[in-house]
Design a protein around this ligand. Structure first.
Ligand code: MN
Length: 430
């Protein structure tokens, strides 16, 4: 039985206020969907079984290279972060796992496991960090890590990834996500081919150390921190990596790591078709990178990504189990509220994708009826599925309105009294 950070009585009292309205909204939506041949109960069940991992680094206030403006009651370390993650899961019932970042979250692995068990939380993919220097490390990553020109620096970066696997084994993780900051700022600074050869050789060593039931995710990013080129810049390179390394290697798609206007849902379809979609870092962006909350800017794109996932599920793609993780930076909101809302948006996109009339869509595609094909998707997207999301939470012990319940709980005020104010200043953590 998990320890609850928010009194279950408070959640129940908050739900009581909203139960009658939800019942009525759920029945109305059920009737609407029934006319379309969709069984609302089947959708609600699937939604309640859909989970997304919370990034440990997401519960702290993020920042930019200009400044960071911390909120109150910021977590002091990984154990506080896990408390915050438990609140998100308690209220949403959508986030039972946490993705750790090493060395930021380094602690005794057995204690991490015990804390997770006490809170009813598991651990999703491990994340290594070779994009910044840890105190006291022998070789700097200023000019790269796994692709560095110096063999000793590469070996150190490999060793760090092996350490992440070791920690992960103890806490029950089953995947390692590798994102590197390697790249160049000037044409000519780096030999593209040699750098990628060195990267592949280093990744092969990490791959060799991977337990049989683990997956290795490589994450591409077109720019930043390097601004001219990055070693793993796009999904094509990412696919080559996964293909070269072997069957346990997959591509991770971070929604924010593409050029503006890139057709991400199509990348997702390609990776599914060739069995190399590992999972996602969900977030949203307006110009670049991964700084905004999932569904905040382009909810239709999020839906289109989920449309591909639901389609793959519908056709029964073999061995299809992408990892779902959030990776975003909360600079102006309470991170717990942003993560609650993002988990909800991700489930919303999934629910909308589940009610797409796949038979009608296939028929319109086969008869070249472009307008009606598009309308078929739009019809599902326009449905207000919030009653399904709320009912899924209610049935599994969460909150009908999780942000309202969180605010009513006074959790942030309470932890602000226990946790000293953290440092402001420059340097975001993401
Ligand atoms: Mn990411």
């Amino acid at each position: 039985m998990a320890e609850f950070r928010i009194a279950p009585d408070l959640v129940a009292a908050e739900n009581d206020k909203r139960a009658a309205a939800l019942k009525s909204d759920y029945e109305a939506l059920g009737a609407t969907l029934a006319r379309r041949g969709v069984d609302i109960e089947a959708v609600t069940k699937k939604v309640s079984e859909f989970f997304v991992a919370v990034p440990s680094w997401g519960v702290g206030t993020g920042g930019t290279r200009f400044a960071r403006f911390p909120g109150t009651g910021e977590p002091r370390g990984i154990f506080d972060k896990l408390d915050d993650c438990a609140v998100i899961h308690q209220l949403t019932r959508a986030t039972p796992t946490v993705s750790l970042h090493i060395p930021w979250d380094k602690a005794d692995a057995k204690e991490l496991k015990a804390k997770g068990d006490a809170l009813g939380l598991g651990f999703d993919a491990m994340n290594s960090n070779t994009f910044s220097d840890a105190p006291g490390q022998a070789h700097s990553y200023k000019y790269g890590s796994l692709s560095h020109v110096d063999a000793a620096t590469r070996a150190q970066a490999v060793e760090h990834n092996l350490e992440c696997i070791e920690i992960g084994k103890t806490i029950g993780s089953k995947a390692l996500t590798v994102w590197i900051g390697d790249g160049s700022n000037f044409p000519g600074q780096s030999n593209f081919t040699k750098a990628f050869e060195r990267y592949l050789a280093a990744m092969a060593e990490i791959y060799k150390a991977l337990p049989d039931d683990w997956r290795l995710f490589s994450e591409h990013k077109m720019y930043e921190p390097a601004f001219y080129s990055t070693v793993v810049q796009d999904w094509g390179t990412n696919y080559l990596i996964a293909q070269t390394l072997g069957p346990k290697a997959f591509c991770l798609v971070d929604l924010g790591h593409h050029a503006p206007n890139t057709n991400i849902e199509m990348i997702v379809a390609r990776l599914i078709q060739f069995g190399k979609l590992g999972g996602f870092h969900f977030n949203d962006s307006k110009y670049g990178d991964d700084d905004l909350d999932a569904g905040a800017i382009e909810p239709y794109r999020l839906f289109l990504v989920f449309n591909e996932l639901a389609e793959a599920e519908h056709r029964g793609v073999k061995g299809f189990h992408p990892a779902h993780m959030i990776d975003q930076s909360h600079n102006v909101t309470d991170p717990i509220e942003s993560l609650i809302s993002s988990a909800n948006e991700i489930r919303r996109a999934y629910a909308q994708a589940l009610i797409v009339d796949r038979k009608a869509l296939a028929d319109y595609q086969d008869s070249n009826d472009a307008l009606m094909a598009s309308e078929t998707l739009k019809r599902a997207y326009r449905a207000d599925v919030e009653p399904i999301l709320a009912e899924a939470r209610r049935r599994t012990g969460g909150a009908i309105d999780p942000v309202a319940a969180y605010r009513a709980s006074g959790y942030r005020r309470q932890v602000a009294g226990e946790r000293p104010a953290s440092a402001a200043g420059s340097g975001g953590i993401i």
